[in-house]
Design a binder for this molecule. Structure first.
Ligand code: NAP
Length: 281
């Protein structure tokens, strides 16, 4: 039911039609009997600033922001939370009634909550972590790991310079390495996190020798299409604990929902099954 008080929020991305966020947020709204709606927006590829400025004033409560607008979302915002600043990217924009916009980033929270659900024994502060990739998702992950006490983070990226820029921005606990130097640090890693696009739609394979990791090292893949990526399949065949990208997606969506609608997500929705059904071809 749309009423005179319906709170509107949504997701902005391009492409956006494949996003699971409308399905999840609207299911939570319905289950909670909340007077709200969640819709998808596909701003022009170079028009994110125009889009965001058009939303100023709070007629729309906020949007999740996805590829390719996460960095642009941070740039257009008047204020940003420390975690969005640390990540250099925003996945949430809130439009305040006074016309200002606030940028936040819940990706890191989503990542850590996925570990808490699927690898509860793992602790962020127990030892070094290897992050594959140096884009927006990697930045969010590194910022969250540092905030939660990870003593060393090794960022491995195809383009070394991008990883070096990330490491310089994040401080002395972060080091940049090329893929062919990964073996030297894999043995000590408590977790290996794929934050590249490799594996998406079963395309490509990461050149990483998981067999060198400790038995307890957790292997996490942010890619969730397919849910079981080549990397996760390799990890499982070696007996390593795994964390999947769908759990991270749910973990970043829940705090965003609370920001938009002022209430936590209802517990009686099996959001994971709902999303899995939508992902099944
Ligand atoms: P991005 O900013 O475009 O970064 C892409 C990264 O992938 C870069 O580090 C890039 O390396 C690397 N890459 C691309 N093709 C590669 C290849 N063939 N070999 C090795 N590395 C390659 O993207 P993003 O926003 O960070 O997102 C990264 C992934 O995380 C995406 O699959 C996204 O869907 C996923 N993600 C998932 C969630 C979730 O909730 N599960 C949340 C956020 C993101 P170069 O620097 O060398 O180009």
């Amino acid at each position: 039911m749309i009423s005179g008080k319906t709170v509107v929020a949504g997701v902005a991305g391009r492409p956006v039609a494949h996003s699971l966020s409308p399905l999840l947020h609207n299911a939570w709204l319905a289950a909670g009997g909340i007077d709200g709606v969640y819709v998808a927006f596909a701003p022009d590829a170079h028009g994110f600033e125009r889009f965001a400025n058009g939303m100023r004033g709070g007629a729309i409560r906020g949007v999740n922001v996805t590829v390719p607008f996460k960095q642009a979302a941070l740039r257009v915002a008047d204020r940003a939370t420390p975690r969005a600043q640390a990540a250099g990217a925003a996945n949430v924009l809130l439009f305040e009634p006074d016309g200002r916009t606030l940028a936040d980033n819940t990706d890191g929270q989503g990542l850590l909550s996925a570990f808490a659900v699927q690898a509860p024994v793992w602790r962020a502060d127990a030892g070094p972590v290897m992050v594959l990739g140096a884009g927006g998702a990697a930045r969010g992950a590194v910022a969250a790991l540092l905030e939660h006490g990870t003593p060393r983070v090794f960022v491995i990226n195809r383009t070394l310079r991008t990883a070096e820029i990330l490491a310089e921005a994040m401080g002395p606990r972060v080091s940049a390495l090329p893929f062919n130097h990964a073996a030297g640090v894999l043995r000590d890693a408590t977790a290996v996190i794929n934050a590249t696009t490799v594996g998406l739609n079963d395309e490509g394979e990461l050149d990483i020798a998981l067999s060198l990791t400790r038995e307890t090292a957790v292997v996490m893949d942010m890619v969730y299409k397919p849910l079981e990526t080549v990397l996760l399949r390799q990890a499982r065949s070696l007996g390593r604990p795994t964390v999947d990208g769908l759990e991270m997606l749910l973990g970043q969506a829940r705090p965003a929902f609370e920001m938009f609608y002022g209430q936590p997500t209802p517990v009686d929705v099996d959001a994971r099954s709902l999303a899995l059904k939508a992902l099944t071809p």
